[in-house]
Design a protein around this ligand. Structure first.
Ligand code: GLA
Length: 393
């Protein structure tokens, strides 16, 4: 009996991963991803220089540790079904080793379909084989992008016209399949679903081991698109928490098409949302302004707060918007936003956010303690501007 018990115990230990979904992403993952800047042209050298820059700029030490190669690294599958990288990526294991040697983590990209969005090989029918290969390369993060699998979903729906869930069930099964394959490798690999918010992934993502899921279609480097995504996140806060995060897509800060105030809005909103912070710019050409947004300690601490609560909208009034995020120690982060084309005053009543007797207020972007304040705090914001405050007892 005792022998049986210890055998059973040994068996369980050998199959159960030595890490939990929560530990894998106790706070929203932070790092860099190649897509927003390099898109389909990314090379091994670009990724190595991003890794170098994460270290030299201080971003790694500020928390940005994942170095994620997005779409277009893939070459062809051989007769055994093994997927090889293309000529721009001579040796993925060596790339992973290089990234790890810098104290960083290695991320990769695939999808459940036959093809990725860029038309490169996806993992359909090769899920376990690919997962094992990623683990052998030392991969720490997988972004799994729906793309051509939507064709399979349309087909399933056409074949089962009376089942309204046919397409979505097929999609969920495909995401579960890769989630199980990753777990079976025994390597802790953050699992990031990219399926643009189809069928409310915040409801089923956590159940299949996902650590984050995109909530919307793609961001681009424009104020209009960024705020359309950011402010549409209202109401989703209850679905995020340690180990499982809503992902409103990667950052565009530093890509050059928004103003400094617009990028400030971007960062303020993403940290209030407890969003994964994946920089999407060319780190080797960052300006001081980009660095001060991406590496502001208080802003990062809001995003990474140990309570793991996503923020949500407090109120919206025309082009003015105020959001709050509960923080550890009874503190609250407040994001004040002016979406209009002129200077406007935006206010928050401290009584309304849990401080009837007022509280200490810190201005995150000004890096200034404003002292004890009570009642209504008013911020004067430029067009498309934002302020970020931390209120404590
Ligand atoms: C989709 C994703 C993007 C990026 C591209 C790559 O559009 O949403 O984030 O990964 O595919 O092809």
């Amino acid at each position: 009996m005792r022998l049986f018990a210890s055998l059973l115990c040994a068996l369980l230990l050998s199959v159960a991963p030595a890490f939990s979904q929560t530990q894998l992403a106790a706070t929203p993952p932070m790092g860099w991803n190649s897509w927003n800047h390099f898109a389909a042209h990314v090379t091994d050298a670009d990724v190595r220089s991003a890794a170098d820059a994460l270290v030299s700029t201080g971003m790694r030490d500020a928390g940005y540790v994942y170095v994620n190669v997005d779409d277009t690294w893939q070459g062809k599958r051989d007769a055994q079904g093994v997927l090889h990288p293309n000529e721009r990526f001579p040796d993925m294991k060596a790339l992973g080793d290089y990234i790890h040697s810098k104290g960083l983590k290695f991320g990769i990209y695939s999808g459940p379909g036959e093809k990725t969005c860029g038309g490169y090989a996806g993992s359909l029918g090769h899920e376990e084989q690919d997962a094992k290969m990623y683990a052998s390369w030392g991969v720490d993060f997988l972004k799994y992008d729906l793309c051509s699998f939507q064709d399979n979903m349309h087909k399933a729906q056409a074949e089962h016209p009376n089942d309204p869930n046919a397409a979505n069930n097929l999609m969920i099964a495909a995401y579960r399949k890769m989630g199980d394959a990753l777990k079976a490798t025994g390597r802790p690999i953050v699992y990031s679903l990219c399926q643009y918010g189809v069928d409310q992934p915040w409801k089923w993502g956590p159940g299949l081991g996902a650590n984050m899921w995109r909530t919307t279609d793609d961001i681009d480097d424009s104020y209009g698109r960024m705020i359309a995504i950011g402010f549409s996140q209202a109401g989703l806060s209850k679905y995020a928490g340690p180990g499982h995060w809503n992902d409103p897509d990667m950052l565009e800060i530093g890509n050059g098409k928004m103003t400094a105030d617009e990028y400030k809005t971007h960062m303020s909103l993403w940290v209030i949302l407890a969003a994964p912070l994946l920089a999407g710019n060319d780190l080797s050409t960052m300006t001081e302004a980009d660095k001060s947004l991406l590496m502001n300690k208080d802003a990062i601490a809001i995003d990474q707060d140990s309570l793991g609560k996503q923020g949500d909208r407090l109120y919206e009034s025309g082009d003015l918007d105020v959001w709050t995020k509960p923080l550890s120690g009874g503190r609250v982060a407040v994001g004040l936003f002016n979406r209009s084309w002129s200077v406007r005053e935006v206010s928050v009543d401290l009584g309304q956010i849990g401080f009837p007797n007022g509280g200490s207020v810190r201005d995150v972007w000004e890096k200034k303690d404003l002292g004890h304040r009570s009642g209504v705090v008013v911020e004067t914001l430029p067009k498309h501007g934002a302020a970020l405050l931390i209120v404590g007892k």
